[in-house]
Design a binder for this molecule. Structure first.
Ligand SMILES: [Cu+2]
Length: 108
C-alpha cells in the first residue's frame, strides 16, 4: 500500500516535470491591459486570460479565428483557448479595441 502510494506520487511528479507536456499560460487583465500583451507558447498549450479588474468586463477576440465576438467575462472570471496550430495570432478586446495582444505559437 505504502509503496503503491509512493510510486503514484512519483509518477505524478514525472508527469508535471515533462517539458514536452502541454502547458497553461496565464495572461492577466488589469486596468484595461493584457499583461503580458505578447506571449510565445508551443502548439498544444492553453492560454488562460484572467480578469482581475475591480469591476470592468472584457473579452478576448481573435478576429482571424472567431467570426463572432465572444462573450464578455467579468472580474474573477477567465477565458481560455488552446492553440494547436503554429502561427501569430493577434487579438483585441471587443468593447475596448485599444486593448490588444498577440499570441505567437511555435511548433514544439
Ligand atoms: Cu476590455
Amino acid at each position: 500500500m505504502f509503496m503503491k502510494m509512493i510510486s503514484a506520487i512519483l509518477a505524478t511528479g514525472l508527469l508535471f516535470s515533462m517539458p514536452s507536456f502541454a502547458k497553461e499560460v496565464v495572461v492577466e487583465i488589469y486596468k484595461k491591459k493584457f499583461i503580458p500583451a505578447e506571449i510565445t507558447i508551443e502548439a498544444g498549450d492553453t492560454v488562460i486570460w484572467k480578469n482581475i479588474e475591480k469591476r470592468q468586463y472584457h473579452n478576448v477576440w481573435f478576429k482571424s479565428l472567431d467570426a463572432e465576438e465572444p462573450d464578455y467575462f467579468f472580474p474573477d472570471e477567465s477565458y481560455q483557448r488552446t492553440f494547436d496550430e503554429a502561427g501569430k495570432f493577434p487579438y483585441e478586446c471587443g468593447p475596448h479595441p485599444k486593448m490588444t495582444g498577440v499570441v505567437t505559437v511555435k511548433q514544439p
